[in-house]
Design a protein around this ligand. Structure first.
Ligand SMILES: [Zn+2]
Ligand SMILES: [Zn+2]
Length: 160
């Protein structure tokens, strides 16, 4: 079965933590989704890997529970690990609560996001008890390298 259409203002995708205190909605398409096998994500989620997706901040709305969200930064300056302080659900990552994108733990969604994970990150850190599945998706030993920049434009008039 193919995924449903991407989220939009008319067809938002909703999510919440386990206790329901934190609720949010997404009103625009997910930009990408992946599995992260790094030890920090593993410990934060309590699972073999964290499954996460990115949306533009303008397409994300926190509906309830801002006061319940706590943010832990591994090592003091690592990627944010935002969670519900009432029930412990791992909710958001990346640069939460700032930045142009929001990284959402897909396991907290109630609806189908319309995107499927397309790559595995930090496969070198996957635990021995659950090797990365042979699912044909792109794999990266550590973080996925940034996409190549657009082709350089021909040199124009120089500005001084
Ligand atoms: Zn909660
Ligand atoms: Zn990770």
């Amino acid at each position: 079965m193919s995924p449903p259409p991407a989220p939009s203002p008319a067809t938002p995708v909703r999510g919440r933590c386990l206790c329901g205190g934190v609720r949010y909605e997404v009103t625009g398409p997910f930009l990408r989704a992946n599995f992260c096998h790094c030890s920090r994500c593993r410990k934060h989620t309590g699972a073999a890997a964290s499954t996460q997706g990115r949306v533009r901040r303008a397409d994300f709305r926190l509906l309830a529970g801002a006061e319940l969200i706590r943010t832990f930064r591994p090592g003091g300056d690592g990627m944010a690990k935002a969670f519900c302080s009432a029930c412990g659900s791992s909710l958001f990552g990346g640069s939460w609560p700032d930045g142009p994108e929001v990284s959402i733990r897909l396991g907290t969604l109630d609806d189908d996001p319309g995107i499927r994970p397309t790559f595995h990150n930090f496969v070198a850190d996957a635990p021995a008890w659950l090797p990365v599945p042979d699912d044909g998706l792109e794999r990266h030993a550590a973080a996925r390298p940034a996409p190549a920049p657009p082709a350089a434009r021909p040199p124009g008039p120089r500005r001084s």
